[in-house]
Design a protein around this ligand. Structure first.
Ligand code: ZN
Length: 313
């Protein structure tokens, strides 16, 4: 395993905020995103251009994009569900849009009101619209490692989805463990198969820590050549099926874990932790990470024997 650097995309402003029960004021969103830039992230998922009725939290997407201090070298990514969303993303000058797709028909019907391959047919006008603009398009496969309605997703399903993405000219694919059902051996198996069939594709991982396996899955992905991972500061972004379960892997846990193994992330971990603590103070019910609880490995403590000596003096 070489120590090649990895890229971490911060998704708190989209995935995290989206699942917050309380409305986050636009000013606060802008403040948090600016602080995210300051932590050194080179890619940030800033928002989702969905209908305000579908997700009221994202109603101010256009204004947020206008007001943030956008650094030149940071790629801004947004989620786009339809042509109207694509128009807004182009107008807001995001660098990249991500199309949402579910691996299983039942999850797709629930989320996009269409079967998986029907939903992919619907991507065609979006791809057409983006032609001639600077906006790049990435695809995704949600519930790639297990669907809460159907269970395991057969590999031939992934291969068929990738084939159709290729026909659309989309070769940058985010594999999402939407409800935290992945395990490391499975991550390796699926990635190996996909990379063998689609060697020119770029696969990234969007992992949820619902069952405590996200970091192990990230390492498994890294060992299979993945260098792009999503995560959310303070672990914001819950599990849609179990209100108290963890959602996205926390950025501070992911950065800390990789850095401990000598794999560079180019992220300022202390700034991330500072922001995570701030967010925890503001939204204690949503914040959850190992680093928030235990601190970094390098945070050394006074040994009990030394403490006694101090106490005895
Ligand atoms: Zn997520």
């Amino acid at each position: 395993m070489s120590n090649r650097p990895i890229t971490i995309t911060e998704v708190c402003p989209r995935d995290g905020f989206q699942s917050m029960p309380e409305t986050i004021p636009t000013d606060e969103k802008v403040e948090i995103i600016n602080r995210i830039f300051d932590c050194g992230f080179k890619q940030v998922e800033v928002t989702s251009f969905v209908h305000p009725k579908a997700i009221p939290q994202m109603r101010d997407a256009d204004e947020v994009l206008q007001r943030i201090n956008r650094p030149k070298d940071v790629i801004l990514r947004a989620l786009v569900p339809n042509l109207r969303g694509m128009e807004r993303a182009i107008a807001a000058k995001v660098d990249k849009v991500k199309l949402m797709l579910s691996a299983s028909d039942s999850h797709s019907l629930n989320n996009a009101n269409a079967h998986t391959f029907q939903a992919m047919e619907g991507f065609k006008p979006l791809v057409e619209r983006a032609k001639g603009t600077d906006v790049k398009i990435g695809g995704s496969i949600s519930v790639a490692f297990g669907c809460p309605y159907e269970g395991e997703v057969p590999i031939k399903r992934h291969l068929e989805i990738c084939k159709r993405y290729e026909q659309l000219g989309i070769t940058d694919i985010s594999l999402a463990d939407t409800t935290g059902m992945a395990n490391p051996f499975q991550v390796k198996r699926i990635l190996r198969e996909l990379r063998e069939h689609y060697p020119s594709f770029h696969f990234s991982l969007h992992l949820h820590n619902t069952r405590g396996m996200a970091f192990a899955n990230a390492v498994a992905g890294f060992e299979e050549g993945v260098t792009d991972f999503d995560s959310s500061i303070a672990g914001f972004g819950g599990c849609p099926y179990a209100p108290d379960a963890s959602g996205n892997i926390a950025t501070e846990d992911l950065v800390h874990g990789f850095e401990e193994m000598g794999i560079a992330t180019a992220i300022d971990l202390d700034k991330v932790i500072e922001l995570a603590k701030d967010l925890q103070e503001r939204y204690p019910a949503q914040a959850d990470s190992f680093i928030l609880k235990a601190g970094k490995c390098s945070d050394l403590h006074i040994a009990p024997s030394a403490q006694q000596k101090i106490g005895g003096q």
